[in-house]
Design a protein around this ligand. Structure first.
Ligand code: NCD
Ligand code: ZN
Ligand code: ZN
Length: 345
């Protein structure tokens, strides 16, 4: 196939950041996605409805002229989050809350320790119909970084799922066959997002022939057998899996650093790279479900009505992009060839 037209997709997991960075990140996502679930891990984090609405207004102000892009706002759960915070969030249009185990990832120092302490909050989310989005990794220092997602399933995820059968839960950016199997074997209230990097790459792409800091993200890339398991579930067309880029910009100096930040800035190529993966898997007929239907259906939101066209045409991701601050950032897949291109005509 040389061309494919799909319903306009949504990005069910990404990081816009804040301030002048929005001038880069919002147009990059709005170029092809109609909506996006905006992660709340700002500094300080988005912990209540007021902060979420102020953040939303800043995102809307950064949209390109004429764009109808819609940010979908989320709350950052902490040990101080109350039931009232959930009720207020629901009433002001926030649709989900994000569970980061404290210290698991970028800007999560203020997040949750002792996840069971949040059960009353999950209870209220279940009542209010707010989704629970989970960064599923344990943070105990003795647990090997490559095992942290699998251990999280046994220690926390399975218990949360069992305790809240009516709570919609998204296992974010899954990276292992264990997580894929867990989601597949769970009831209909459990789903997962999958990033382009975890479909395209494995840990060799991070560590062989020199460390590649721009492929470093969390959860960290896993061995090839896990990558293959993720490719298999998306090719199956299962409606439990949907697009979430986890586009997570960090300036070049923060990535190319003795203590480099985790996150791949994929907004400029993500939809094209997903298309490439589905093409490689001979499963282009499953792309639209993954990119445009499964997420909206799971969230209980209407599917988009527009379309985007992708052409089988090679282009090269730029080596770097200049942020509004003047700093360079290296986009995901920089300098590499992508086989599909969005047609903006
Ligand atoms: C994300 C970020 O930079 O905010 N980084 C990442 O490696 N994925 C945080 C996250 O999604 O865990
Ligand atoms: Zn995360
Ligand atoms: Zn993320």
């Amino acid at each position: 196939m040389q061309q494919i037209i799909i319903t306009t997709p949504d990005d069910w997991h990404l990081h816009f950041r804040d301030g002048d960075m929005l001038g880069e990140t919002v147009p990059a996502t709005a170029r092809c996605f109609a909506r996006a679930i905006v992660m709340p891990n700002l500094v300080p984090p988005v912990v209540n409805a007021k902060l979420a609405n102020e953040y939303k207004a800043r995102i809307l102000a950064a949209r390109p002229q004429g764009s109808n892009f819609e940010p979908l706002m989320t709350l950052f759960l902490t040990n101080q989050t109350t039931k009232q915070d959930i009720i207020d969030a629901k009433n002001s249009g926030v649709i989900a809350a994000k569970l980061y185990p404290a210290g698991a990832t970028t800007n999560s120092a203020q997040a949750v320790s002792g996840i069971e302490a949040l059960y009353p909050v999950f209870e209220e989310m279940q009542i209010q119909g707010l989704l629970l989005l989970v960064h599923g990794e344990v943070t105990e220092s003795h647990v090997d970084i490559f095992d942290r997602e699998r251990v999280f399933i046994d220690q926390y995820m399975a218990k949360i799922v069992q305790a809240f059968p009516e709570l919609k839960i998204v296992f974010e950016h899954i990276t292992t066959s264990d997580a894929a199997e867990f989601v597949l074997s769970s009831a209909g209230n459990v789903a997962a997002t999958i990033t382009p990097q975890h479909l395209l790459l494995n840990r060799n792409d991070l560590l062989v022939g020199g460390i590649k800091p721009h492929n470093y993200c969390l959860p960290v890339l896993k061995r090839s057998s896990h990558q293959q398991a993720l490719r298999k579930v998306v090719a199956s067309g299962s409606n439990k899996f949907f697009l979430g880029t986890d586009s997570a910009p960090h300036a070049k100096h923060a990535k190319e650093n003795a203590c480099g930040c985790a996150g791949c800035y994929s907004a400029w190529s993500a939809l094209e790279l997903y298309t490439q993966v589905f093409d490689e898997l001979d499963a282009l007929d499953k792309l639209e479900g993954f990119a445009s239907f499964h997420g909206a259906d799971f969230y209980g939101l209407p599917r988009n009505t527009g379309t985007v066209r992708l052409d089988k045409k090679s282009w090269t991701v730029p080596e770097s992009v200049i942020l509004p601050s003047g700093e360079p950032i290296v986009p995901f897949f920089a300098g590499q060839t992508v086989n599909w291109e969005i047609n903006h005509a």
